[in-house]
Design a protein around this ligand. Structure first.
Ligand code: B12
Length: 464
């Protein structure tokens, strides 16, 4: 059978493509079973003509959408404009997993997948190709002709990730993605995260299927994937984008020992501050670790503990950054502004902590209430969501959908734009001003104009 995947990547990387592991995994699984897959990548101005052309040319039996919550309204618009689609339509990924009832409200959508999709999608495709009704497949919810919804239960999380094929990178223009990401190839060796931050989807996803949620692939299997990718594509560095690379000490130390023996490319990871000290940082550095991204999220200890579910002291966070610096590893901090119950004074603590730590680079996003998360529940219960703006296609990332008297939209937008400037102004005025421009209203445009010198710019502002 032919399956056409649709990846909506609107307003994310200014037109540069990004890789999506979910689609990559599903495609690999289908190809291994002898089916044909293609990708339709959507970004930029809304235009259905290329998708209609792909449908006419590839003639898929299944049209498969994947999506995160900020892309949901866009996916809905595409499906409704296509309706009645000439093919079976299914929608999977984080958003429908957390809000499967969206099946009822999207015209032209036949099914959603709750949770991991490799086996359910394969079973759907096999049922359709055998002419069987796909009714009883665990994880799939199906809309009947009369609008009735069949809500099948979910199966347990995949227990052995090594049994799955490597994600299909051929489906994407993978070399272009590596090139546009500073010659860095992306990997994911695990699924899930052991922590329960109230703003992140992980604690909600964990409850959707039975069985252990945090799983790491065997180290030899991970190294085999790296060998296959660097043998096929040009890359100067690797980014292991696992939620927390250092979550399991036995795993990451085995990984580092083996990686260091045969692979020489520098790599970047994400890690929690509590897992970083002089010993772990030196070991990571010896294996080739170039940069660690660490979530600070808010600089207020009290707010982190009481609202965000992150119990760490500011001193422990600063110690983690110091350990990286002593080991010669670059650092990046992740931060969020505009949380429910946050005030300008609380946000000032985020600036103060980052300025104290002086990471090599800082990232800031504006809080978005993802369905199923504890913070989304607080937003609902405290009536913080500006319902008048719910119809807007994209609010996330550079705008807020919350309406809070103690931290207004104007204050949040200003805080977002000026954050990096305030963090760096005492350390390096050049860097502070460059980042002020990047986070300005014209940031995306400036980035596009400066695309030919992006690598130089990154060295200048981020040191990597
Ligand atoms: C790697 C990653 C990225 C990568 C890749 C993007 C992507 N869409 O995968 C990059 C860096 C580009 C990225 C960008 C963004 N990300 Co991101 N990202 C992640 C991360 C760390 C891992 C995702 C992953 O690869 N998982 C492994 C794969 C195998 O799992 P999966 O994608 O969930 O797919 C499985 C199932 O969902 C299902 N499935 C998926 N699609 C489909 C389709 C069908 C038809 C079926 C049947 C099944 C199915 O089957 C797959 C295989 O089992 C997660 C955190 C997490 N742990 O999930 C956040 C996460 C997915 N990101 C998130 C967000 C918000 C974003 C951005 C919006 C950030 C921004 N503001 O710009 C953008 C959106 C980009 C986009 N267009 O989708 C949120 C989504 C929350 C939500 N409720 O929607 C997450 C969950 C983190 C969080 N804060 O909670 N991200």
């Amino acid at each position: 059978m032919n399956v056409l995947f649709v990846y909506t990547d609107i307003n994310v990387r200014g037109g540069a493509q990004s890789y999506q592991f979910g689609i990559g995994m599903l495609s690999a699984m289908l190809k291994r079973a002898g089916h044909a897959t293609r990708l339709h990548y959507m970004y930029g101005a809304y235009d259905l003509a290329p998708l209609r052309a792909a449908l006419a040319e590839f003639r898929p039996e299944v049209l498969a959408f994947s999506g995160v919550s900020p892309q949901y309204r866009y996916v809905k618009r595409v499906l409704e404009d296509l309706a009645p689609a000439p093919v079976f339509t299914i929608y999977g990924g984080v958003h429908p997993t957390l809000d499967p009832e969206c099946l009822a409200e999207v015209r032209g959508l036949d099914a959603v997948c709750v949770g991991e999709g490799e086996q359910p999608l394969l079973e759907l495709v096999e049922a359709l190709s055998a002419g069987r009704p796909p009714d009883g497949i665990p994880n799939l919810w199906l809309k009947q002709a009369d609008g009735r919804i069949i809500r099948n239960p979910t199966r347990p999380f995949c227990g052995r990730l090594e049994d799955l094929p490597f994600p299909d990178r051929e489906l994407f223009d993978y070399q272009a993605i590596v090139d546009s990401d500073f010659n860095t190839a992306l990997f994911m060796f695990s699924r899930g995260c052991p922590y329960n931050c109230t703003f992140c989807s992980n604690h909600a996803l964990r409850g959707k299927q039975e069985g252990p949620y945090v799983r790491f692939r065997g180290v030899d299997n991970c190294l085999a994937e790296i060998r296959a990718v660097v043998g096929r594509y040009r890359a100067d560095a690797l980014y292991f984008n696992d939620d927390c690379f250092t979550a399991h000490r036995a795993w990451w130390t085995e990984f580092c020992d083996k990686y260091q023996r045969e692979l020489k490319l520098p790599f970047d990871i994400n890690a929690r501050p509590e897992t970083l000290n002089d010993e772990s940082c030196q070991r990571l550095k010896a294996a080739g670790c170039r940069r660690i991204s660490i979530g600070i999220e808010s600089g207020s200890e009290k707010f982190r503990a009481e609202v965000l579910g992150r119990r760490q002291s500011n001193d422990r966070i600063a110690a983690a950054f110091d350990a990286c610096r002593r080991a010669g590893i670059k650092t990046k901090s992740f931060n969020i502004v505009g949380f429910p119950r946050e005030t300008p004074a609380i946000f000032q603590e985020t600036i103060t902590l980052n300025a104290r730590i002086n990471p090599d680079s800082v990232i800031i996003g504006i809080f978005e209430p993802y369905p199923g998360t504890q913070l989304a529940e607080i937003c609902r219960a405290e009536n913080l969501i500006d319902t008048a703006r719910l119809g807007e296609e994209f609010v996330g990332r550079t705008d807020t959908i919350l309406n809070m008297p103690q931290f207004t939209r104007q204050q949040i937008l200003k805080a977002y734009r000026n954050f990096a400037f305030h963090v760096y102004r005492r350390h390096s005025l050049k860097k502070a001003l460059a980042l002020r421009l990047y986070y300005s209203r014209y940031g995306e445009l400036i980035l596009k104009l400066l695309a030919p010198v992006r690598n130089l710019l990154r060295k200048f502002t981020m040191g990597v």
